[in-house]
Design a protein around this ligand. Structure first.
Ligand SMILES: Nc1nc2c(c(=O)[nH]1)N[C@H]1C(S)=C(S)[C@@H](COP(=O)(O)O)O[C@H]1N2
Ligand SMILES: [Mo]
Length: 405
């Protein structure tokens, strides 16, 4: 296991002390000044063409500018994996159209034993391949519930619970590639950069989307993925190659990877200093860094659904935790007054979700449905999520209004 908390805290100390190459505290202050009243929340301008390539029919997606969230009702009667046509998309700018035959991956940096190398997709495909079921979830998934359920003001995309998906990702382990290229003993961090357009916010060009991770994580379970659910990676999900970083927040899984830097000193980017930190009254002034996801549950229905009164309905849903497999899921159909255990359906692969169901016969009226998961380590969903101004890591039990008539 990688001690992510220790890593995050050490990087925070480096950064606060001004020992930051790549994205210093000074550049952040300049950025904050430039952003002014606009605040720090990402609010990219709309591209002229659609920023997302695949169709986004309203029965499958809710669109927020450059992003699209999966409707949970669109996962009912689907299999374990989220099909590509309904997998959520989180783009800081827009999906680039990359030609796989012209693409190559540059691996460089002081942490390499030799010179910069370039690998083509054919090079990667010649290396041993692995397929893993992995959850990709935006750190801001569930953000809208900070305001709608907790009455708090947060900034960023107002996701419901649909900024998450589980897919089968096939590719080569990053460790396989790094070991073949040759990494020095004193290498420290590994940072992938995307080939999508630079992210510009508040008039400041933050450069390509990128985020560092410790070498130990890069050598552990990270994949350079070129297939999703048995298909070549589609344009919106990183074609031709993306990182898949199990258990970590979605931003770690850099899409459209063009370059990987291996450093002998700590690396910083706006995506681990300015964004993806917990800011707010409970947290240090420079924000608390985090990498790992939390625990959540969702019903496979849209809020506001109307059922037929007196008729049995099978409620279905999914629960997931980055901490480990789900041990139990409790469901309440009366706003939290009483709880019943949901029945698990089908398998659950490590680090991904558990599907469940529960039968219910509502009389006519208005109801609030709640689902609360607990993982094997006893971590359970709280009633209230820890407030932070950017609205990350919402893990509280969500109240879903429905009616029966
Ligand atoms: N190059 C690049 N990689 C990226 C992003 C991006 O905008 N550009 N968004 C990140 C974020 S915030 C998330 S949550 C995931 C979303 O992956 P998906 O769009 O395949 O669902 O991709 C991550 N990788
Ligand atoms: Mo994200």
């Amino acid at each position: 296991m990688i001690d992510e908390v220790a890593y995050d805290e050490e990087r925070l100390r480096d950064w606060t002390a001004g020992r930051a190459r790549g994205f210093s505290r000074r550049s952040l202050l300049a950025l904050v000044a430039a952003a002014g009243a606009a605040g720090l929340a990402p609010s990219p301008a709309h591209a002229a063409d659609s920023p997302i390539v695949k169709p986004l029919p309203p029965e499958l997606f809710k669109v927020f500018g450059t992003n699209a969230e999966t409707r949970w009702s669109a996962l009912k009667d689907q299999g374990y994996f989220v099909p590509i046509d309904r997998f959520f998309v989180r783009n800081h700018t827009s999906t680039p159209r990359l030609d796989a035959s012209a693409w190559n991956l540059e691996i460089s940096g002081a942490g390499l034993r030799g010179d910069t190398v370039h690998l083509t997709l054919a090079d990667l495909r010649r290396l041993p391949a692995e397929t893993h079921a992995v959850t990709v979830e935006c750190a801001g998934n569930g953000r809208s519930y900070y305001s709608s359920q907790q009455g708090q003001t947060v900034s960023g995309t107002a996701w419901g619970l649909g900024a998450v998906g589980v897919a089968r990702w096939r590719g080569v382990r990053l460790s396989t590639v790094l070991r073949r290229v040759g990494v020095r003993r004193d290498a420290v961090d590994v940072q992938a950069s995307g080939l999508d357009p630079n992210y510009v916010t508040g008039g400041v060009d933050l450069g390509p989307v990128r985020r560092p991770m410790p070498l130990a994580k890069a050598l552990d379970d990270v994949l350079l993925a070129y297939e999703m659910n048995g298909e070549p990676l589609p344009p919106d999900h990183g074609h031709p190659v993306r990182l898949i970083v199990p258990h970590w927040i979605g931003i770690a899984s850099i899409k459209w990877v063009g370059r990987i830097e291996v450093s002998t000193e700590p690396l910083f980017s706006p995506w681990n200093t300015q964004f993806y930190r917990l800011f707010g009254p409970e947290f240090p002034a420079d924000g608390l860094p985090f990498d790992k996801q939390v625990i959540k549950s969702a019903f496979e229905l849209d809020p506001g659904t109307t059922f037929t009164a007196g008729k049995r309905v099978r409620l279905t849903g999914r629960s997931w935790s980055a901490g480990g497999p789900i041990r139990k899921v409790e469901v309440s159909t009366d706003g939290g007054a009483t709880w019943r255990h949901a029945r698990f359906t089908g398998p659950s692969w490590a680090g991904t979700w558990q599907r469940w169901e529960l039968d219910w016969r509502p009389g006519s009226g208005a109801y609030e449905l709640l689902a609360r998961a607990t993982d094997v380590h006893g971590r359970t969903q709280p009633e209230v999520a820890r407030y932070n101004t950017l609205g990350y890591l919402f893990d509280a039990v969500v109240r879903v209004p429905v009616t029966a008539a």
